[in-house]
Write a new protein. Structure first.
Length: 463
């Protein structure tokens, strides 16, 4: 399998650090609102990468964080008159509603920044010890120019960056390129004790601390949107390698931008869509299919017409699966064309894998699936053998599972059930297990089940 590595700017054969295992870190959402179309693309793309690794037999550990403390969250919480934690808890829950609708698998670990303050402080202390960070009036900054190769992922020119940087009169940094690792507390803001006084972490440092905690100082793959390359991922590299002296991630994968009706998505242009908005009109499996219909590194243009086309394509797949599910043995038995088709099924699988092995080329992989659907419709339109149709149906299901495309449209979980699940989680956190069991029984009575996973509770329809 070959993957395009942003660091080397070329496709490279994927060789894991530990044979048979893959460690992946994905930058997750800042949980102050519903996530939008641009956020959805990396969630879908890199979920598909994880699924494909698992299809190949790898044991995958996927870590995706939640940023649950930053300026946006503080401002939003103040606007709503609630605490930052209440805001985070609400939109983490809402994230899972929409991610489940897109059939994005739960990460192996979903760490929160506020639950890793100790690891963040330890990392900052190490950077200060290594001469790469300094304290200034309760803030701590990373001295970017002290790290050899700073911005090597993006390839940015430091002289040009510095020339374009602005330094406010109130800035207490030594250099305009330096960035915050720790921010001194302001009145009314959440804060934690630290060697530099009360404060909170900067944005970049949380990903370094959490990825290394769960995946080690060097791990296989780091993913994210193209917009994160600079400064976020460049800063992660500087922090992590500056602390350990070891390579951070071996492969860097980034997805391309999304435009809306050939224009950049923007609230000011009123073309800004959340997945929650889109789900009121469209099947989210069509959104997933649409996202995978273009190579992940290419820009993609969203429009209502294109999603309508994706829904039609999804219907073709589902109709073919329904046809194959209904086939009973025809009076004449297996026809010669069916014999040739079923004998060719392994070739479809091989073509699918060849596409996926070529830098996760889901567009070509979908092309294989539609070739399979078209031929199956032709071969079995007037019936056929149960054995042949079952083989074709099994392969179709196998390949669709890798892409995370569900054959049945899943009804959304009712808000009443989600509220009960949240109350149950709070009861468990308070160690009130009797109340938690009673709430589980209420959820079961409504026809749903709760599965407790490392990434949090998962609500599903009952059997």
């Amino acid at each position: 399998m070959k993957l395009y590595n942003t660091m080397t700017r070329k496709k490279e054969e994927f060789v894991p650090i530990t044979p048979g295992k893959v460690g992946m870190y994905s930058c997750g959402p800042t949980v102050y609102n519903y996530f939008h179309l641009g956020n959805a693309r990396p969630f879908i793309v890199f979920d598909t990468l994880r699924r494909y690794f698992e299809y190949l037999g790898y044991d995958v550990t996927r870590v995706q964080n939640f940023t649950d403390i930053d300026d946006k969250m503080i401002n939003k919480a103040n606007e709503l008159g609630i605490t930052v934690k209440e805001l985070a808890d609400r939109f983490i829950r809402e994230y899972y509603v929409d991610a489940d609708g897109l059939n994005v698998e739960r990460p192996t670990v979903a760490p929160l920044a506020t639950e890793h303050i100790g690891e963040i402080i330890a990392l900052i202390e190490k950077l200060i010890q290594n001469g790469l960070a300094y304290e200034s009036q309760g803030d701590v900054y990373y001295a970017a120019k002290e790290f050899p190769g700073y911005a090597k992922l993006s390839g940015q020119n430091l002289d040009e960056l510095e020339a374009g940087a602005r330094v406010d009169v109130a800035e207490i940094k030594r250099d305009p390129m330096d960035f915050a690792l720790w921010k001194a507390a302001k009145p009314g803001e959440p804060s934690w004790d630290s060697p530099w006084g009360k404060g909170r972490p900067g944005w970049h440092v949380e990903c370094s601390a959490m990825s290394m905690k769960y995946l080690g100082e060097t791990f296989d793959i780091h993913t994210g949107g193209q917009d994160l390359i600079f400064p976020h991922h460049d800063n992660e590299i500087a922090q992590s390698e500056g602390a350990t002296g070891k390579p951070f991630a071996r492969y860097w994968l980034h997805n391309g931008y999304i435009n809306v009706d050939n224009r950049k998505m923007s609230k000011s242009l009123n073309n800004f869509f959340t997945i929650r908005d889109i789900s009121t009109e469209f099947d989210l499996m069509a959104v997933r299919l649409f996202m995978l219909s273009v190579h992940y590194r290419s820009p993609i243009n969203y429009s209502r017409d294109l999603i309508v086309q994706a829904e039609a394509a999804l219907s073709r797949i589902r109709n073919a699966h329904d046809l194959l599910s209904r086939i009973a043995d025809a009076p004449w038995g297996e026809a010669p064309r069916e014999t040739a088709f079923t004998a060719s099924l392994p070739q479809y699988r091989d073509r699918f894998k060849a596409a996926m092995d070529d830098d996760l080329n889901t567009a070509d992989a979908l092309g294989v699936i539609f070739d399979l659907v078209r031929e199956a419709n032709t071969v079995f339109v007037d019936g056929g053998s149960a054995e042949g149709s079952a083989a074709a149906k099994g392969l179709l299901e196998e390949l669709l599972h890798v892409l995370g495309i569900q054959l049945k449209a899943e009804a959304p979980i009712p808000q009443e059930v989600l509220d009960l699940a949240e109350q149950r989680q709070a009861a468990r956190a308070a160690r009130d297990f009797a109340a938690a069991d009673a709430l589980r029984d209420q959820i079961t009575a409504l026809g749903y089940v709760v599965e407790d996973t490392k990434a949090g509770p998962v609500v599903k329809p009952g059997a």
